[in-house]
Design a protein around this ligand. Structure first.
Ligand SMILES: Nc1ncnc2c1ncn2[C@@H]1O[C@H](CCC(=O)c2cccc(C(=O)O)c2)[C@@H](O)[C@H]1O
Ligand SMILES: [Zn+2]
Length: 373
């Protein structure tokens, strides 16, 4: 088994041309003590991609295993490699990292190491979005794939105390063949993994209408899975409406363009449909021009339930803690406001009620201790 050394540097602040990647994405005008509060705050992460969570040390380990890949092995070179001109470029680079995952052992290593990185940030619970189609079409046998993620999930919970659950997503651009395969893997009792809780849809939205995926979401929902498609990340609010109407979305991945439709905001608020907001991702993929123009404030003002997430953290030079710091600045939050934001994610998660209550109580105790004179 390839060993991956424990992380010695934070995921942020790596040097590149024109400053660090983080400098370019986020101006960190958040007081140090708030950063320290966030670092220790127990959290839930609801929108983070499996392959997109591969840190430079994990990518380097995988690239060293597969030297024919075009992905750089040097973590420094990865900073430039992970600088995107637009969403299509991001997906190209993303798929080159997908190409590094070739064996069940690669899958296990990635999953286990991602859990280690989450635990380091005091993430108690994470729903990891996995695209099984990308692995099965590259020749990994479905049963071996499921065994690898489940083995890593159990080891991570035992060793790091972080509970993992899965969201299987359709890579929409790969078409209905991908939808069929993903629905099958998510609903067939012979392969469906124990940790699976939800069904999603990712990839580019332009030219990939949501309604065509309705039959696959219907099957997944009938099998007891929750519906959590990406929508309104790279297209307008009509895609969010489509996700609500046709895919019966219970949460929306990103939903960034919802801010352009007051009726949609009112609907999301009234029905308490949370948005999985990933601020730095939206800048890195150029869905939003600058962090100060991010619509998170409009969401909060309209009463929409907002959760904070990291999407593909190393690819965007961020991590969940940094996303909370960005949110603190954009929403002008203090410790209590940040604790409420963390509790939004716990509430909006698909964890069972006792599990939710446990993390919420931990957040309250941590916050009370921090603020005690
Ligand atoms: N911000 C994001 N917004 C949306 N999605 C995101 C984001 N971040 C990561 N993803 C992931 O990208 C995948 C895309 C994979 C894809 O398009 C594709 C197309 C054709 C063939 C294949 C293949 O594997 O052969 C794959 C999605 O399924 C999703 O899990
Ligand atoms: Zn995403």
């Amino acid at each position: 088994m390839t060993r991956v050394p424990p992380l010695t540097q934070p995921a942020t602040g790596r040097r590149s041309r024109g400053g660090t990647l983080t400098d370019r994405l986020v101006d960190a005008r958040v007081p140090r003590d708030l950063h320290a509060f966030i670092a220790g705050l127990p959290k839930a992460e609801l929108h983070v991609h499996h392959v997109g969570s591969a840190s430079p040390r994990i990518v380097s380990a995988l690239a060293a295993r597969h030297p024919d890949s075009k992905v750089p092995t040097d973590p420094e070179a990865l900073v430039d490699y992970f600088t995107f001109t637009d969403f299509a470029h991001f997906i190209d680079v993303y798929l080159s990292v997908v190409d590094l995952i070739r064996t069940p052992e690669d899958v296990r290593l990635l999953t286990y190491e991602v859990a280690r990185d989450l635990a380091r940030q005091q993430v108690r619970y994470a729903e990891l979005t996995i695209t099984p189609f990308s692995s099965t079409r590259r020749g990994i046998e479905a049963g071996a794939f499921m065994a690898a993620i489940e083995d890593a999930r159990k080891a991570a919970e035992a060793e790091f105390g972080t509970v993992l659950r899965w969201c299987f997503d359709i890579p929409g651009e790969a078409g209905l063949e991908a939808a069929e395969e993903t629905a099958l893997l998510a609903t067939d009792d012979r392969v469906r993994p124990e940790g699976l809780v939800s069904f999603g849809l990712g990839g580019p939205e332009i030219g990939v209408p949501r309604p065509q995926f309705k039959p696959y979401f219907d099957r997944a929902i009938a099998a007891g899975l929750h519906s959590v498609p990406h929508a309104g990340e790279t297209t307008g609010p009509e895609t969010v409406w489509d996700a609500l109407t046709h895919l019966r979305a219970e949460r929306i991945g990103h939903g960034t363009s919802s801010a352009r439709d007051p009726k949609l905001l009112a609907h999301l608020a009234e029905h308490r449909i949370p948005l999985e907001v990933c601020p730095t991702s939206n800048i890195a993929t150029r869905a939003v021009r600058t962090i100060d123009e991010h619509p998170i404030k409009e969401f909060a003002k309209a009463g929409v339930v907002v959760t904070i997430n990291s999407d593909d953290p190393p690819m965007f030079g961020t991590d969940l803690n940094n996303e909370y710091a960005v949110a603190a600045r954009l929403l002008d939050l203090d410790e209590r406001g940040l604790a409420d934001l963390a509790k939004n994610a716990v509430d909006a998660s698909f964890l069972d009620e006792p599990g939710k209550a446990r993390i919420a109580a931990e957040i309250d105790t941590y916050t009370a201790d921090w603020l005690a004179p």
